[in-house]
Ligand binder design. Structure first.
Ligand SMILES: *Cc1c(COP(=O)(O)O)cnc(C)c1O
Length: 392
């Protein structure tokens, strides 16, 4: 097809990375489940670890390459590396760009594996220094900057508090000391927010969530300049081995096709449901970036087009009642993960190891709620009957 770069986002979701299969004429590129590819006639000068050549599936696979092409286009980045999970993408970034005695600034509320990697494993094993700060507060970031700061890592909106951090302003702070700004944009997906355009150096996604969108495959991706992505490919993919299965890459490629439609519906339903919850007398708080009551609503409006489908809320009730509420739900499924077609809810009790970092209203535990694609009315009715069963 002609120049695909000029197409709109929705068109890229469908067409970028796809082509007519040369052998069969199929209008979808096939799923290629093979561990190895035919070598050139003279392999004597070959780089056996080239992550951009089809040699061995740990170096990359055909389906992985198609997905990388699509995701790079959707984020407006030069290149992309797809890995086995969101965590392997995050760990890959830290492994590649943090050296002995380097310093990293990270949000004090971020995905649990990031918290453990940066608070415990990297400091204990490699002498990396980590400052955990409230990244919604630019002064806190500024005060934590050091000459050896290599990365500022933010997650926006953040899991599970939905904290929003100002990507453009933090990019300036990072670049003032020559550090990279890495942004976990999983909650937003490439449809609602473009961190690279705002000055970030690397965008990270758990493909497991909105990008695949159907709750049936895991994957992770990092997008940015080719030079940075090639380093991650070499160090964290070929040599750590967290490569994605071609089948999962194929499934995720199919999931992305409907990303714009899904994100619009998730965002519309979530706003309606967040407003319903906020008006309910038994609800202690609702944290959702689309609500005017959200502490960073203005920043969210500046850098996101809609506010996605995840919120956190709490009830004016004890731990047992929170559990009873979750178990009274008939449509919304009690399960971890976010961004699936079905609505998912988890009650995270007050024993969570990061509880002391959460805002005050989270202290009695919180419900993390990923609003699915069911009719919003059915979701609200399910919440209503659960409130009734709990006498709330
Ligand atoms: C789920 C999630 C991850 C981890 O992704 P996996 O695919 O489960 O490894 C990272 N960041 C955020 C914000 C997430 O929600």
């Amino acid at each position: 097809m002609s120049d695909k770069t000029k197409f709109g986002f929705q068109t890229k979701c469908i067409h970028t990375g796809n082509a007519i299969d040369k052998e069969t004429g199929a209008i979808r590129r096939p799923l290629t489940m093979a561990n190895s590819y035919r070598l050139p006639e003279d392999a004597s000068t070959m780089n056996w670890s080239d992550p951009n050549q089809l040699v061995y599936t740990r170096n990359t696979s055909a389906n992985q390459m198609y997905l990388q092409e699509k995701l790079a286009a959707l984020e407006g980045g030069e290149d992309c590396v797809v890995l086995a999970s969101g965590v392997s993408a995050l760990a890959g970034v830290f492994f590649t760009f943090l050296e002995k005695d380097a310093h990293i600034i990270c949000s004090n509320v971020s995905y649990i594996a990031v918290y453990r990697l940066l608070k415990e494993y990297f400091p204990d094993k490699y002498g990396v220094e980590t400052s955990l700060v409230d990244t919604a507060n630019l002064q806190e970031i500024k005060a934590a900057l050091r000459p050896n700061t290599k990365i500022i890592h933010i997650e926006t909106p953040g899991n599970p508090t939905t904290r929003v951090s100002d990507i453009a302003e933090i990019a300036k702070l990072a670049h003032s000391v020559g550090a990279l700004l890495t942004v976990d944009s999983t909650f937003a997906s490439p449809f609602l927010q473009h961190p690279l355009v705002l000055g970030a150096d690397l965008v990270i996604h758990s493909l497991t969530k909105y990008i695949n969108g159907h709750g049936d495959a895991m994957g992770g991706a990092v997008i940015g300049q080719r030079e940075l992505i090639d380093k991650i490919k070499g160090q964290a993919m070929v040599n750590l081995g967290g490569v994605i299965s071609p089948f999962n890459a194929w499934l995720i490629m199919r999931g992305v096709v409907t990303l714009p439609l899904r994100m619009k519906q998730h965002s519309e339903s979530a706003l309606e449901i967040a407003q319903f919850l906020e008006s309910h007398p038994a609800v202690e708080f609702v944290a959702y970036p689309g609500l005017t009551s959200h502490p960073q609503h203005e920043i969210a409006k500046k850098q996101m087009t809609m506010f996605s489908g995840v919120m956190a809320f709490g009830l004016k009730a004890d731990v047992d009642t929170h559990n009873k509420f979750v178990n009274s739900l008939e449509l919304i499924v009690p399960a971890v993960s976010i961004g699936h077609d079905e609505s998912l809810i988890v009650y995270v009790g007050p024993n969570d190891e990061r509880n002391h970092f959460y805002p005050d209203e989270f202290k009695n535990g919180h419900l993390r709620f990923s609003v699915g694609l069911e009719a919003a009315e059915d979701i609200i009715n399910d919440l209503k009957q659960a409130f009734k069963k709990c006498r709330l």
